[in-house]
Design a protein around this ligand. Structure first.
Ligand SMILES: [Zn+2]
Length: 289
């Protein structure tokens, strides 16, 4: 947390306030979060710079500026988030943008300080850094590339989907929902998925993430909030995460809450009836070698 839908919701909230505007100042309150640059370097580079765009790449929030101000990338990681209204915990503010013509600053807060703030010279440098640590964006990956990437891993499908190097943007909540939608058991070996399973999985990724973006993400504790301090609505409409022992919306059987290897400390929710571990090999079309 936050995952792709939460980060996309942040970006959509920030864009109208920042894109096309000029930064009056940027103030780093916690230099601990900066990667390979100092607070004074960052402040001198982007103060008075024009914000070209605010967009998302995987779970990164990317601010691009006119030359030569470069780009700022903020990774919210576990507990980072942006506020357009005064934040609930002002003591957790790590960075503030002041936008010309706007009275209130834009606050970046991070309770546990696990987030990162990077500066890159240009988009090529940022892209190279992204590609070193991330696979393609989960909303953009096609069936062929997804099949190719999953075909190379002997791990269970759920941790494989959550591996940012394989596919960027999916975390625990959405992995459970995607696998339920695709009727795939979370412990199935990724490279052993059938062609028809892969054909269900790829569209399920996009559908679930788009629905979650519409709902403005998921809030289940004091963590994620929208830029206006509101809770995301996805966990009021989802089928699996947080619903152990409740009836499956498809078959009515009890949803199982369990732990699977490769995901220490994070629960997995699935329906043993709709997502059987053994697939009918005769019915399933064998995937291409
Ligand atoms: Zn079911």
């Amino acid at each position: 947390m936050p995952e792709l839908p939460e980060v996309e919701t942040m970006v959509r909230g920030l864009r109208p306030v920042m894109a096309g505007k000029t930064l009056a100042s940027i103030q780093v309150l916690d230099p601990h979060m900066l990667v390979e640059c100092t607070a004074s370097e960052l402040e001198s580079r982007v103060t008075a710079a024009h914000v070209e765009s605010v967009h998302r790449r995987g779970k990164w929030v990317v601010f691009t500026f006119d030359d030569p101000a470069g780009l700022i990338v903020i990774e919210p990681r576990m507990t980072g988030g942006f506020w357009l209204i005064p934040p609930e915990r002002p003591d957790h503010v790590r960075l503030m943008f002041t936008v010309r013509g706007r009275r209130d600053p834009v606050w970046f807060c991070d309770t546990r300080r696990l987030g990162k703030i990077h500066w890159f010279r240009d988009s090529g440098e940022a892209q190279a850094a992204f590609q070193r640590s991330h696979g393609p964006d989960a909303l953009e990956i096609g069936l062929e590339e997804l099949s190719g990437r999953l075909g190379k891993t002997g791990r269970a499908i759920k941790p494989a989907l959550m591996d940012q190097k394989l596919l960027a943007g999916i975390g625990n909540i959405y992995a459970d929902e995607i696998l339920f939608r695709a009727r795939i058991h979370p412990s199935r070996v990724a490279s052993g998925l059938t062609k028809s399973e892969l054909e269900r999985l790829q569209p399920a990724i996009g559908q679930v993430l788009e629905e979650a973006i519409k709902a403005e993400g998921s809030s289940f504790d004091a963590g994620y909030r929208t830029v206006l301090g509101l809770e995301g609505g996805f966990l009021a409409q989802n089928a699996m995460y947080g619903r152990g022992n409740q009836p499956c919306p498809c078959c009515g059987g009890p949803i199982q809450k369990t732990r699977i290897p490769g995901l220490i400390g994070r629960p997995t929710h699935f329906c043993p009836h709709c997502q059987p571990l053994r697939v009918n090999k005769k019915a399933a079309t064998k995937r291409k070698a």
